[in-house]
Design a binder for this molecule. Structure first.
Ligand SMILES: [Zn+2]
Ligand SMILES: [Zn+2]
Ligand SMILES: [Zn+2]
Length: 209
């Protein structure tokens, strides 16, 4: 998975924030901050470390050489041994080369700035949540725990703020996006507030990891 943060204002990041973003794996590609995440590796890591994020996940389907395949925990079956295969994810067509270990790797691009916007759509309707930029304390009502990652400053921030991406990294929504909530199109919108936390058996109130 390749996250792009098209609306992140990288220039406004402090040196410390840039350092953390780089540690998390963010880098600039043509001036746009991007983060590559291997879904199978990440899920395996979580399982090994006994995190209760290890919820089994279907991430929808993709087409391999024109045949529909399920994506399960970030992997899919390929009935081919050819040097390249044709992949279609949604509307996007790709040719994918076989890697040295005989597997094929598909990189799905997601606009994380847009995902933040999706998650925040109904923010105002959630009862008792604080506004953008306020500091949350454990037990506060949240609309969505997309900012409870380990390096969080406990604030729910807008999509241009670099700290918003630091806060998202390894948050409940970060893990949700790897498993069942691939676009955050329904969580907190059609579903209950803090849907990603709820799905992982975590508190739906503010908490930190
Ligand atoms: Zn969320
Ligand atoms: Zn979600
Ligand atoms: Zn949690």
């Amino acid at each position: 998975m390749k996250y792009t943060a098209e609306d992140m204002d990288w220039k406004s990041a402090t040196n410390k924030q840039k350092e953390i973003l780089k540690e998390q794996g963010w880098k600039l590609e043509n001036g746009i901050p991007v983060l590559y995440v291997s879904v199978p590796e990440e899920l395996e890591y979580n399982q090994k470390h006994g995190h209760d994020h290890s919820h089994e996940g279907h991430q929808g389907t993709l087409q391999v050489n024109g045949v529909e395949k399920d994506i399960h925990n970030g992997t899919f079956d390929v009935d081919s041994n050819n040097e390249t295969i044709k992949i279609m994810v949604g509307e996007e067509k790709n040719e994918v080369k076989k890697q040295e270990d005989g597997t094929y790797q598909v990189i799905v691009e997601k606009n994380l700035s847009q995902m933040f916007e999706n998650m925040d759509k109904k923010q105002k309707e959630a009862v008792g949540t604080l506004g953008y930029g306020d500091t949350y304390y454990p037990g506060d009502w949240v609309h969505c725990n997309r900012f409870n990652g380990p390096n969080s400053d406990d604030r729910h921030l807008r999509k241009w703020n670099p700290q918003a991406y630091i806060n998202f990294y390894k948050s409940d929504c970060y893990h949700g996006a790897l498993m069942y909530c691939t676009d955050h199109n329904s969580c907190n919108i059609n579903e209950r507030p803090a849907y990603c936390s709820y799905m992982q058996n975590h508190s739906v109130l503010y908490h930190r990891h």
